[in-house]
Design a binder for this molecule. Structure first.
Ligand code: TXA
Ligand code: MG
Length: 355
């Protein structure tokens, strides 16, 4: 019996926003919809609540979390609360892309958000575009009757450490099935579907830490600076920043994921013949997810088409991985996405799922 605020993705119960804000004020964890993926949210300035995020996810406590801020002033007051110096290029990126799927790593203001930042002297800030997330953040910033202001919510993706991020409220419930009391605010399926683009703004030049829906080209164009990669920083002798989303193996379903081009995929299917598995078990053994139309005569193969539009592919990516996993296949063969900037986010998630 979960405290499930069901919305059908359309209309929330009238008191859902207030109830969620109240739970966050009380130091509880909440499953929160954003336009990218669902977050596991807590008051970012409550160290105990933040510690319970790490515990629930099974995430090492030195892996920093993203703090989400309200949008009514373009996110500026939230940024002023958590961040120290804000470089001009970061300011330009906020004006261009907030509210939206872009996280900026900024120097952290002394004495603020240390637990959320995992002890780092920087902090990741994002102003999400999802109206439900924004309604909660606004309610937290406008307290009634003497309550303190809550400046932001720390929210990593609401999945167990290393697993596929959730893009529906149901996904969050299945990740935390052992916590039936977890409040999950249902804001419908996430529009973007993969996590925000992360730009480190603490190193003089913008550094791309995680590709997402906002491409490196768009970021470079908006701030008039070209992006540096962590590898280039490394080559210059600067220590590359650590981000758990940038660990090689992440976003992993239970089945083994393998990336191949369309030709190799078709050849692999042809080699299987008609029987994948000699033992006649009823289910599917291999799932294939490709943009190209493929053929197989094997009965135990689940063929599924990947959308040709990268934004649509991102939107459904994690849902499809979960669906294919639920077939209990041993292998998921995926056609490698095109090597173009628009596919960077999807390609990155698939490469990590395959690692
Ligand atoms: O779209 C998103 O960003 C989602 C939604 C919920 O907003 N959140 C999300 O959080 O993906 P999480 O915790 O799964 O990934 C956050 C990433 C991690 O790779 C973390 O290491 C990095 O952001 N990060 C956060 N603060 C950082 C900091 N101060 N320095 C370097 N990396 C940081
Ligand atoms: Mg995550």
């Amino acid at each position: 019996v979960s405290a499930y605020v069901f919305s059908d993705g359309v209309e929330l119960a009238p008191d859902a926003i207030a109830a969620t804000a109240q739970a966050l004020r009380a130091g509880q964890l909440v499953g929160l919809p954003t336009e990218t993926v669902y977050g596991l949210a807590a008051d970012a300035d409550n160290a105990t609540a933040v510690a319970s995020i790490f515990e629930a996810k099974g995430r090492p406590s030195d892996h920093p979390l993203i703090v989400h801020v309200a949008a009514f002033d373009g996110g500026m007051s939230g940024v002023a609360h958590y961040a120290g110096r804000v470089p001009a290029f970061a300011q330009q990126l906020m004006s261009a892309f907030w509210p939206g799927p872009l996280t900026l790593i900024l120097p952290r203001r002394d004495g603020v958000g240390a637990a959320a930042a995992g002890g780092q002297n920087s902090i990741g800030l994002r102003c999400p575009a999802h109206p439900v997330a924004q309604a909660v953040l606004a309610a937290l910033r406008q307290p009634t009757a003497g309550e303190p202001v809550v400046w932001g919510v720390a929210a990593p993706s609401a999945n167990r450490f290393g697993r596929v991020s959730p893009t529906t409220a149901q996904h969050v419930h299945s990740e935390f099935a052992d916590r039936p009391d977890l409040l999950v605010l249902d804001g419908g399926p996430c529009e973007v579907g993969i996590e925000s683009t992360i730009i480190d703004c603490t190193r003089g030049a913008p550094v791309l830490l995680r590709p997402g829906a906002i491409t490196s080209e768009q970021v470079a164009a908006a701030c008039g600076r070209s992006l540096v990669t962590p590898e280039e920083l490394d080559a210059q002798g600067q220590a590359a920043p650590r981000a758990s989303g940038t660990l090689e193996s992440h976003y992993a379903p239970n089945a083994r994921v393998r990336l191949m081009d369309a030709k190799a995929l078709q050849q692999a299917l042809d080699m299987l013949g008609t029987d994948v598995d000699k033992s006649p078990q009823p289910g599917k053994s291999i799932a294939v997810y490709s943009r190209a139309p493929l053929k197989t005569s094997a009965r135990q193969i689940e063929l599924r088409r990947m959308p040709t539009d990268p934004a649509v592919a991102a939107h459904e990516l994690f849902s499809v991985l979960r669906e294919l996993d639920a077939l209990r296949v041993k292998l998921i063969w995926v056609e490698t996405p095109p090597d173009t900037p628009a596919w960077d986010g999807v390609r990155d998630r698939l490469q990590r799922a395959a690692a």
